[in-house]
Design a protein around this ligand. Structure first.
Ligand code: PLP
Length: 388
């Protein structure tokens, strides 16, 4: 009998958390339009507002500062715009500075014209170069409008935690607006919008065990807000029109609540599994390069290169052994090839890198199996210098 599949690609997406599944099953019959004033509508509204409170906690924010969207990509496109309002007064943003290791959802620059987007480099260690950020903002022409800076809290490929608090101080000193992509950090490290000093945080449901197609733009206050991306009936206080995807939002809320409740146990266990995995990998293939191992990382991610193994070949080899992992950033629609993150870190773009990412359901036995599949694939590599 074929061995069962082993899912180790949690940074691409997580399976539905049992709590999210239960909440969604219970909510299937909540058919009322949440914007209707009758009892049926109010029942759905109450469930959405409960979800909003649950999502607010995972971001350390006020529930009234959570705007639900169809995911992190939509939240990014909503907030990365030159057109803001401070209350009723329009506020212009002149230029967007976005880190070179951002997910394409932010790196594309949202609604900014391309010539008003600049990249903030990262260091060889994979962290945003704060001196470069300072220099970029010092050169910003305020006559065009305020600067906006977008940085992720944890990188989706390496798992490396970014110096968001220190970046916030720099952005504030230059009177800029600071956007933090907390998609891969939420539920894995403490996330607190005020502690970070972010004006906006972006979170996604399906990375924490909620359903796909739900996310949120979380703001620090209510006064400074971007021009809406989607216009219409004025839902989400006018920030995001369209009848809410109540089922997905309820699942998102339940997954967020579970991530908060299980935070300690989940992350301690996952961190121990990841460390054991990496020790096993090093033992099986002493030449393995684990990117960012010396940096502070989220506990679930291992991004590695096996010299002599191309990323695509490696991914297929693991898949044939029943192991799902990804080559580079899997969440950008199946694009294989070089990792823009490794390139930004100044590493050899030819280095194939694979990502193993764990989650709340990963077990000890799965790590044993991952190590033995890794050892098998590492052992099959051609010794350096041998022609193919
Ligand atoms: N930001 C990061 C860091 C991600 O890993 C992802 C993953 O896809 C996104 C943004 C986009 O999230 P979503 O799939 O909710 O649009």
């Amino acid at each position: 009998m074929a061995a069962s599949r082993l899912y180790l690609d949690w940074n691409a997406t997580a399976p539905l958390h049992p709590a999210a599944r239960d909440a969604m099953l219970r909510a299937l019959d909540l058919f009322g339009n949440p914007n209707s004033v009758h009892g049926e509508g109010r029942a759905t509204r109450a469930a959405i507002e409960a979800a909003r409170r649950q999502v607010a906690i995972i971001a350390g924010a006020e529930p009234s500062h959570v705007v639900f969207t169809s995911g992190a990509t939509e939240a990014a496109n909503m907030v990365l715009t030159p057109e803001f309002r401070m209350g009723r007064t329009p506020l212009a943003i002149g230029h967007l500075y976005v880190s070179a290791i951002e997910h394409p959802a932010l790196r594309e620059g949202g609604r900014f014209p391309k010539d008003r987007v600049s990249e903030i480099p990262v260091t060889f260690d994979g962290v945003v170069d704060l001196a470069a950020l300072e220099a970029l903002l010092a050169g910003h022409d305020k006559a065009t409008g305020l600067p906006m800076v977008a940085i992720m809290l944890a990188n989706n490929e390496t798992g490396i935690i970014q110096p968001a608090r220190a970046a916030a101080d720099i952005v504030q000193a230059h009177g800029g607006i600071f956007v933090v992509d907390a998609v891969q950090a939420a539920g894995r490290v403490p996330v607190d919008i005020n502690g970070i000093g972010a004006d906006f945080l972006i979170v996604s449901s399906h990375k924490i065990g909620g359903p796909k197609g739900a996310g949120a733009l979380v703001s620090r206050g209510e006064v400074l807000m971007p021009k809406p991306l989607i216009h219409g009936g004025g839902q989400e206080k006018g920030h995001r029109s369209g009848t809410e995807n109540s089922l997905a939002l309820i699942g998102f809320g339940a997954a967020a609540a579970a991530a908060v409740a299980e935070f300690e146990t989940r992350n301690v266990a996952i961190g121990a599994l990841r460390d054991r995995l990496e020790s096993g990998m090093r033992l099986a293939a002493p030449d393995v390069i684990i990117h960012g191992a010396e940096q502070s990382r989220v506990p679930n991610t291992c991004f590695f290169t096996l010299p002599g193994l191309k990323a695509e070949t490696g991914q297929i080899a693991f898949d044939l052994e029943g192991v799902a992992l990804s080559a580079g950033s899997a969440c950008s629609a199946g694009k294989l090839g070089e990792s823009h993150v490794l390139v930004a870190m100044g590493r050899d773009p030819q280095l194939g890198a694979l990502r193993i990412s764990l989650g709340f359901a990963t077990t000890d036995e799965e790590i044993d199996r991952a190590i033995s599949v890794f050892a098998k694939i590492a052992g099959r590599r051609k010794p350096a210098g041998v022609a193919a």
